[in-house]
Design a binder for this molecule. Structure first.
Ligand code: TXA
Ligand code: MG
Length: 320
């Protein structure tokens, strides 16, 4: 099938009561048009996702997303120009047309333009924004290729647009913008605070510390992105040290399969979920991941460290 026909089929799938899995640069999303409450409900039921966990709204252009928010400020515009289409979600005050079902009753909505040509064309043809969480079962590993989605959801429930492998590999950075000027990263990703600060030179804003009170941030669960096997992540000085530390906890290191991540955080992010999937699929008692102790303090590693900690049944950090 050629692209226009595939897009037509995806749009028809909504009319048939199916959800559409969309490729993005981060992970695949499980989408429904924001003005179709039945389909939006279906996202929660298929994923077994609790209703208090809000969904991100995706659009093909700033013009499509602007009507969803109360105020589109110069600061929002700067960030959109510098990072969209791309892996940054802005959380801003919402308008009435975004339902409480999507935002879990919050007065704000998360919005972004994903960087996938196929999805942007699909959204343009559809002419409506869509709500889309990652296309995995609640708390499980996010999908980074079409096959990952098709293995979990039945084709009678979900039509999957195949846009190849996701190039970023972990979910977008979520940036809360409070009172038009107070910023806080609710979920780290490849768009780091330093990159946002670079973009906002000359603008009036402050980054809030992690302990400063902000709007509540539902959906940031401690256990998430979990494969079927227990993951042991050890932040320490060497692989040998990692094994030693596990042995001290009476864990049989010979029965684990060891996972190797790139020393480049961008590549490590891209490979993280597919490597976890592969490591979980072989016969072993669990998965061992050795990470350099210093990654814990490096901003570029925040996204990968956050996902690995949540994927892990046990995290061990070597004393300094
Ligand atoms: O990269 C991504 O962001 C992917 C792709 C598909 O775009 N989507 C994604 O969605 O990761 P999901 O549902 O897995 O994560 C959405 C999270 C929620 O769990 C919540 O933490 C946060 O986004 N969120 C969404 N709307 C929010 C809001 N109004 N206020 C605070 N947090 C919000
Ligand atoms: Mg998710």
């Amino acid at each position: 099938m050629n692209v226009p026909n595939i897009i037509k089929k995806a749009i028809e799938s909504y009319e048939e009561g199916k959800l559409v899995a969309i490729p993005t640069e981060t992970v695949y999303g499980l989408s429904a048009p924001i003005d179709d409450p039945e389909l939006v409900n279906k996202i929660f039921s298929l994923k077994k996702r609790p209703f208090f966990d809000p969904l991100i709204v995706h659009g093909d252009s700033v013009e499509r997303l602007k009507p969803l928010v109360k105020r589109w400020t110069a600061l929002c515009d700067r960030l959109a120009k510098d990072f969209w289409p791309g892996p940054l979600t802005l959380v801003v005050p919402k308008n009435e047309m975004v339902s409480d079902l999507i935002t879990a009753g919050l007065s704000t909505v998360g919005i972004r333009i994903p960087n996938s040509q196929l999805t942007i064309e699909f959204l343009a043809q559809l002419g409506r924004p869509v709500a889309a969480p990652s296309a995995n079962m609640f708390t499980k590993i996010s999908p980074t290729k079409a096959q990952d989605v098709m293995e979990v959801f039945d084709f009678q429930d979900v039509f999957t647009l195949d846009g190849g492998e996701c190039q970023v590999g972990i979910e977008s950075t979520i940036l809360l913008i409070e009172n038009d000027r107070n910023l806080k990263i609710l979920r780290p990703g490849v768009v780091t605070q330093a990159k946002i600060e670079d973009s906002l030179k000359g603008y009036d804003y402050t980054f809030l510390n992690s302990d400063q009170q902000v709007q509540n941030s539902p959906g940031q669960f401690k256990e998430h992105y979990r494969p079927e096997k227990t993951v042991y992540t050890i932040f320490c000085s060497s692989r040998e040290k990692a094994k030693e530390l596990l042995k001290l906890k009476s864990i049989d290191v010979e029965k684990l399969s060891w996972m190797e991540l790139s020393k480049n955080p961008i590549i490590a992010a891209r490979e993280l979920y597919s490597t976890l999937r592969a490591a979980a699929s072989v016969g072993n008692k669990g998965i061992g991941v050795f990470m350099e102790r210093e990654y814990l303090e490096k901003e570029a590693w925040r996204g990968v460290v956050d996902r690995l900690k949540k994927a892990s049944g046990k995290v061990i950090i070597e004393n300094k």
